[in-house]
Ligand binder design. Structure first.
Ligand code: HEC
Ligand code: HEC
Ligand code: HEC
Ligand code: HEC
Ligand code: HEC
Length: 430
């Protein structure tokens, strides 16, 4: 085995065994390794020795790949929420009067919804991804609540996003419960989750430990996710920290391209979503979303995650939930977690089989280790909820990724409008 191969293995190994080691030290050492090894491809770089020694001194702990929060504690925490008699929990312009769980200087929205002109905001060395901003250069992968609230796009509309209570006064005028809830024990009528309690994280939320009375809601439900954040490939997903984007039990590959962090930019620069080739029946008696410690998708896919609240839009017919039907066509609702059939119009996905960030697909089988720029009807590339929808909010009603009015069959005028349906149903506008 060549030296570079050995170093690569050691480097991977080092990332795996380091958990509680000083992150800034690791970052420096890792950069140092990269520079040394790229400079010197033949000989043994002398400066690598201290790095190897450093590696060997590290304690052996559970395997993880690290990309945690960094920087001075004071960037993000306040010990008493008081300095010179003034409140400190004021990130994102919050009043700071109430102290936050885990002593943070802001709530979820204080840190992540600063309404600034930038989709990624830095405090010190820490970059914070923004879910509410007016950046004209684009949005992060899950979308932008600014469309729903009218700070960006064609005007405020409840239907453009998830109406989380974290934005005050943000009730959905038309919806109470989640449309498509599994027809069982109040999952479909808002008895459990509804527009008056839907929140970022925890019991009636999407991120962190969900419906775990010990962990509650909000920051408290994240429990170490930020300091333990596993970046890149998330294929364990048994804590928020090692799940895709802190979504408990969701697997996937987080975009590692430094120019595309948290974003889907192009066919070569995007996240990879996990999928399956046939959805499971969801119910208490069949496959349950009530996992140990949290609600979550039992099969770890992105679409099944959406189905933890919108189960009837995903499940195969199960009891009183008719779902998508039996799993073969004709379907009764648009299927998700179903492979692009290796026939007809699907073979020409996006015209040239390049990955489309307008109507992306999930990957079934194993969580991809790297980003792929192609999509084929080979049996593992699957349609998912996020093929058509955003997660937080988009500029279109029903959180769609494009203007559905542009989707006109048989227009035959040779122009391809911005309509994601045609990315897969490639012959329908002919
Ligand atoms: C004190 C500021 C702060 C607070 C409060 C905070 N976050 Fe974060 N969050 C950050 C920073 C900084 C990062 C970037 C960390 C990194 O690079 O991995 C981040 C990253 C994330 C990510 C992306 C993780 C990934 O996989 O890349 C998610 C999701 C997230 N936060 C959700 C939340 C939610 C939900 C809440 C509230 C329950 C919350 N955060 C509260 C600062 C904060
Ligand atoms: C924690 C439960 C929960 C999860 C998980 C969830 N949703 Fe929702 N969703 C709701 C609720 C409640 C509503 C109705 C209130 C509202 O619009 O916010 C809703 C509304 C919607 C709407 C209609 C928006 C409108 O106002 O017309 C769409 C579309 C949607 N969800 C898609 C998704 C997708 C896609 C996912 C997965 C990425 C997802 N949801 C995950 C609870 C959830
Ligand atoms: C860039 C922002 C950021 C910085 C810098 C930061 N933290 Fe945190 N920390 C958070 C957030 C956000 C949470 C709460 C959510 C969570 O646990 O995921 C948290 C949670 C914690 C927790 C409770 C959960 C756990 O992981 O054990 C401790 C303890 C903690 N931080 C200590 C520290 C100390 C000590 C420092 C400085 C050496 C520090 N933090 C620096 C953002 C930060
Ligand atoms: C093929 C594209 C497509 C896929 C895939 C898709 N949706 Fe939709 N969704 C739509 C469209 C279009 C609408 C508008 C209403 C309609 O046509 O039924 C919609 C509407 C919705 C609504 C709002 C319904 C209402 O009553 O206001 C929810 C909630 C929703 N979708 C959730 C999901 C979830 C969850 C998934 C995955 C399990 C999913 N969708 C997959 C295209 C899609
Ligand atoms: C990411 C790819 C993808 C996108 C985007 C997509 N579809 Fe589909 N669609 C599929 C797949 C895969 C099937 C299932 C085909 C099969 O198994 O026969 C399907 C099935 C359907 C069916 C049911 C066909 C049947 O045999 O029962 C209709 C209707 C449909 N799609 C319409 C739409 C519309 C309208 C849009 C846009 C709002 C859309 N699709 C977007 C991939 C996609």
């Amino acid at each position: 085995m060549g030296l570079i191969g050995l170093l690569k293995i050691l480097s991977t190994f080092s990332q795996k065994i380091i958990r509680d080691a000083d992150m800034s030290l690791l970052t420096k050492s890792f950069f140092f390794y990269q520079r040394s090894s790229s400079r010197n491809n033949n000989g043994f770089p002398s400066k690598i020795l201290p790095f190897l020694a450093f590696l060997l001194c590290l304690p052996l702990v559970t395997p993880t790949v690290n990309a945690k929060v960094t920087g001075p504690c004071s960037n993000c925490h306040t010990m008493h929420n008081s300095q010179d008699g003034t409140a400190m929990a004021t990130l994102g312009g919050e009043s700071g009067v109430s102290p936050n769980p885990f002593l943070t200087r802001g709530s979820c929205t204080g840190c992540h919804a600063m309404a600034s002109s930038s989709k990624i905001v830095s405090i010190g060395t820490s970059e914070i991804p923004q879910v509410l901003h007016t950046d004209g250069s684009g949005d992060l992968a899950a979308g932008n609540f600014a469309y729903m609230l009218g700070l960006k796009g064609s005007g405020a509309l409840d239907g453009k996003g998830h109406n989380v209570v974290d934005f005050s006064g943000e009730d959905d005028d038309n919806l109470y419960g989640p449309p498509g809830g599994i027809v069982l024990f109040g999952h479909d009528d808002g008895t459990i989750v509804n527009d008056e309690n839907l929140t970022c994280a925890g019991t009636n939320g999407c991120h962190g430990y969900r419906y775990n009375p010990t962990y509650g809601s909000g920051i408290s439900a994240l429990r170490g996710a930020h300091h333990g954040n596993v970046d890149g490939k998330c294929d364990i997903a048994d804590t928020p920290a090692n799940s895709y984007r802190f979504l408990f039990s969701v697997m996937g590959l987080e975009n590692q391209d430094p120019t595309g962090k948290w974003q889907n930019i192009s066919s070569t620069n995007h996240n990879e979503y996990f999928g399956q080739t046939m959805p499971k029946q969801l119910s208490c008696s069949a496959t349950s979303c009530h996992l140990a410690n949290s609600i979550g998708p039992p099969n770890h896919t992105m679409s099944e995650f959406c189905a933890t609240c919108h189960g009837n839009f995903h499940t195969l017919t199960a009891g009183s939930s008719s779902g998508i039907g039996t799993g073969t066509n004709p379907f009764i609702r648009h299927p998700t977690d179903i492979a692009l059939p290796n026939k007809g119009e699907y073979i020409a996905y996006n015209g040239d089989n390049s990955y489309s960030v307008v109507a992306p697909v999930g990957r079934a089988g194993a969580v991809p280790g790297s980003v792929s720029s192609t999509v084929t009807a080979s049996g593992t590339d699957v349609v998912m909820c996020l093929s058509c929808h955003g997660a937080h909010a988009t500029n279109y009603n029903d959180i769609l990724r494009w203007d559905y009015a542009e989707c006109v069959a048989g227009a035959g005028d040779g122009t391809k409008p911005l309509c994601g349906c045609f990315v897969c149903h490639t012959t329908k506008d002919d």
